[in-house]
Design a protein around this ligand. Structure first.
Ligand code: SAH
Length: 354
């Protein structure tokens, strides 16, 4: 009978220990396997040279090492940003971005193949949700990029395709694995998770003992305007989303980052800046203004630079810390989901003609 092989890279060290003990192996073997998988990023059991050939074979019979395959790479001519299109083991595709900053290298990872949140300006959601990613597939985006670039990654933002709070269990498993001292040992403080505001899971995350920076995609200062841009706002009222952010700050001491994509004529007036200022005044937070990256399927336009600067100035009057997101890799369509979308469009066009 065919039984599916287990995804060994998604096991925590403790779980892996139980697996190896049940195979009749000694406990320390789990540490060796974990080290190969998470520190050295091997892709085959045959590479685990400190294990006996017999054990390597038995592992190979029961487990699979999830590995991503590079399908395409775009390199920015303006900066050192790289965008990768990776194929998952079942050939679905996702994208990840590598960015260089003065403080270290950062990778933006996807948490789902596609997305079901439906934000009006976002390319990732146009084809709906294909499936959740496993923790190993989230980790692999970082491991593969380190391997392919030869660079060390110190920061991760879960801001690529997908809604991480809609894939909560894999997200938490991923966070535990990437920060495990026996593996990459990445500092939880160097990780940012961005959400469109799924209230119950924001509250759950506050209690996991994993104090990542939480970024909340706000994009409007009131329910009515927010509902026009983000269907998820029909489910969760702004007041409840902000209360969950306050709770997150209270529990973790981590300052919330509010993201606000500026869309000409939709959410970028002075009145909206003032409303946002009143909403966030007195909170220990940070606002990140993102001039919207237009996608061809919608006719949303970027706010003018003058409007963006003006919006920031108005907000600063409320003593709010504001930055305007520097556009890295703008020439390679680094906005959410654009590379994946164009790849899927090409694939389906080819399918029609052949
Ligand atoms: N689902 C999560 C994370 C992925 S999107 C979330 O909603 O936060 C990461 C950020 O990019 C979000 O703030 C999202 O609203 C924003 N975004 C998506 N498409 C964009 C576009 N075309 N231009 C500007 N920002 C965009």
């Amino acid at each position: 009978m065919f039984t599916e092989k287990k995804d060994i890279k998604s096991f925590t060290l403790q779980e892996l220990t139980e697996e190896l003990l049940s195979m009749g192996e000694k406990k320390f073997r789990a540490g060796q396997v974990f080290d190969w998988l998470h520190k050295r990023g091997v892709t085959e059991f045959s590479q685990m040279t400190n294990l006996s050939a017999d054990l390597r074979e038995r592992l190979d019979g029961q487990y699979t090492i999830v590995t991503l395959r590079e399908v395409k790479r775009l390199a920015s001519a303006q900066d050192e940003t790289l965008k990768f299109l990776f194929a998952l083991p079942d050939d679905k595709v996702i994208e990840s971005v590598f960015m260089k900053y003065k403080h270290g290298n950062s990778v933006c990872i996807s948490s789902q193949a596609g997305c079901r949140m439906g934000c009006r300006f976002c390319a990732s959601t146009l084809g709906g949700l294909e499936r959740n990613l496993t923790a190993s597939e989230m980790l692999e985006q970082i491991y593969r990029i380190q391997e392919l670039t030869g660079e060390r990654v110190s920061n991760v933002v879960v801001m690529g395709t997908g809604e991480p709070m809609d894939n909560y269990d894999s997200l938490v498993r991923f966070l535990r694995l990437i920060s495990a001292s026996e593996g990459q040992g990445m500092s939880i403080r160097n990780i940012t998770v961005s959400t469109c505001g799924i209230v119950e899971n924001m509250r759950r995350l506050a209690e996991e003992g994993l104090p990542v920076t939480l970024a909340l995609s706000l994009h409007a200062p009131n329910d009515e305007a927010r509902r026009r841009l983000m269907p998820v706002a029909n489910k969760y009222a702004l007041a409840d989303v902000l209360a969950a952010c306050d709770y997150y700050f209270e529990k973790t001491g981590r300052r919330i980052s509010y993201e606000y994509s500026l869309v000409a004529g939709e959410n970028d007036t002075e009145a909206e800046a003032d409303a946002l200022g009143r909403l966030l005044k007195g909170k220990n937070c940070h606002v990140n203004l993102i001039p919207v990256n237009p996608i061809k399927e919608r006719d949303y336009k970027q706010s003018s630079f003058k409007n963006v600067l003006n919006f920031r100035k108005r907000l600063e009057k409320y003593n709010i810390n504001v930055t305007i997101r520097r556009e890295l890799g703008a020439d390679i369509g680094a906005a959410c989901g654009q590379l994946r979308k164009s790849h899927l469009d090409e694939a389906s066009a080819q399918g029609e003609t052949t």
